[in-house]
Design a protein around this ligand. Structure first.
Ligand code: SAM
Ligand code: SF4
Length: 324
């Protein structure tokens, strides 16, 4: 297993397989004139297979596919199945907006160790249109319902936005209370090409909203988890709060990010680093790529605060390019 310069075991690779998306969430993309990258800039299917295999040889055993929206790539399911069959990979995860996912659920069900994270920020169809700027609420709900009913391990991701959906935190709990689905509340991050933020509903505030109504039973902290996990009484599900903006989990961070254009990010808040696409395309051997990746991993920032201080660019790119 490869460790970083702070002794953290780096076994988790998150890949943005595309920057394209069918939604336009307000915190992620501009309303219009979104310019997506030309296809030649995005890693091809073959390049992705190669780099995943190299990472697996370095000791990565957990992969998350994200985007953009992974299901807008027609070769995505094949990539997923290939990855799940690699000897060293025992945990395959997807983060999706759920709109195009329904038709693939039966194939997903067959993948051992698969976890499906579906993003949903509201239970109100009209508000869904305001947040995502697209009319797709019913498709997402259909995906969530079927995913649970056929037994896929499913989690919901809700980005909590102050004065937009913070009043639905309790509604989410009540709605999903009897389902075997974990609900995770995520702090909003300033990742929409924007340079500042007015106020956020942070992890403390999310917790205090929950405490007004429920007794939260803290769950044992699992290694490398970014969530603070709780249960309520006999609920089947776990509630997770992710301090994505206030960043209290960096000391156990085991994540390596690969952007859709093949750049390595060893921290969400750092500038993009090693250009893997260039290496894959210029004849560099797998062994040399493995060595360069090891070197990159051995030069990580201690935490997201330090990474942000060292950024050369002030503007944080959209999450759709780095995958969240
Ligand atoms: N399109 C997929 C989706 O929405 O689930 C995958 C890509 S999306 C970038 C991955 C995750 O990042 C989603 O759960 C999304 O809600 C979250 N996200 C995007 N922008 C964010 C922001 N500014 N702050 C916090 N979370 C964000
Ligand atoms: Fe698309 Fe996901 Fe970004 Fe929403 S959060 S615009 S669904 S990539």
């Amino acid at each position: 297993m490869i460790t970083d310069n702070f002794g953290r075991e780096m076994n988790y690779l998150r890949i943005a397989v595309t920057d394209k998306c069918n939604l336009r969430c307000t915190y992620c993309m501009p309303h219009e004139n979104m310019v997506f990258l030309p296809k030649k800039e995005i890693l091809t299917y073959e390049e992705l297979l190669r780099i995943i295999t190299i990472f697996s040889d370095l000791g990565v055993n957990k992969v998350r596919f994200t985007g953009g929206e992974p299901f807008v790539r027609t070769d995505f399911i094949d990539l997923l199945e290939y990855t799940s069959k690699l000897e060293g990979i025992n945990n395959v995860n997807i983060t999706t907006n759920g709109v195009f996912t329904y038709q693939h659920l039966d194939r997903l069900k067959e993948i051992d160790g698969l976890n499906l994270n579906i993003s949903l920020d509201t239970l109100i169809p009209e508000k869904f249109i305001k947040i995502t700027r697209r009319n797709a609420f019913d498709s997402v709900m259909k995906t969530i319902e079927k995913s649970i009913s056929i037994g896929i391990r499913t989690k919901l991701n809700m980005v909590v936005q102050q004065d937009v959906n913070d009043n639905e935190i309790v509604d989410f709990i009540e709605y999903f209370m009897s389902s075997p689905i974990d609900v995770r509340f995520i702090e909003q991050m300033p990742f929409n090409e924007s340079t500042h933020f007015k106020s956020i509903c942070d992890a403390e505030k999310i917790k205090s909203i929950l405490l007004e109504k429920y007794e939260l039973m803290p769950q044992p902290h699992q290694k490398n988890r970014t969530t603070a996990d709780y249960k309520i009484d006999s609920s089947k599900f776990t509630i997770g709060i992710i301090a994505a903006y206030t960043r209290n989990f960096c000391n156990t961070c085991n994540r390596i990010r690969l952007t859709s254009t093949g750049k390595i990010k060893t921290c969400l808040y750092a500038d993009p680093g090693l250009d893997v696409r260039e290496l894959l395309r210029n004849g560099t051997s797998d062994k040399q790529i493995g060595e360069l990746l090891t070197n990159t991993i051995k030069n990580r920032f201690k935490d997201g605060i330090e990474a942000e201080k060292n950024r050369k660019t002030y503007i944080l790119e959209s999450m759709s390019k780095i995958g969240g």
